[in-house]
Design a protein around this ligand. Structure first.
Ligand SMILES: [Zn+2]
Length: 62
C-alpha cells in the first residue's frame, strides 16, 4: 500500500493503490484533510486551510 508524508505533522499517510491526483485523504495522525497533488512520489497538500481564508474577515469586528 503506497504511503506519503503529511505536510502538517510529518506523519505517514497511507492511501489506496489506485489513488489519483485531486483525491482527498484524511491524515490518521492529525486528522487534517489532504489533497493528493502528486502520486509518484506521493505528495499531499493541506486542503482544509483553504476554506478558512475568506475575504469576509473584516466583519469579525462585531
Ligand atoms: Zn498529519
Amino acid at each position: 500500500m503506497p504511503s506519503g508524508i503529511c505536510p502538517e505533522c510529518d506523519g505517514e499517510v497511507r492511501v489506496s493503490p489506485d489513488v489519483e491526483i485531486g483525491d482527498f485523504v484524511t491524515c490518521p495522525e492529525c486528522d487534517v484533510e489532504l489533497e493528493v497533488i502528486e502520486v509518484d512520489p506521493l505528495e499531499f497538500e493541506v486542503a482544509s486551510e483553504l476554506e478558512e481564508d475568506s475575504l469576509e474577515e473584516d466583519e469579525e469586528e462585531w
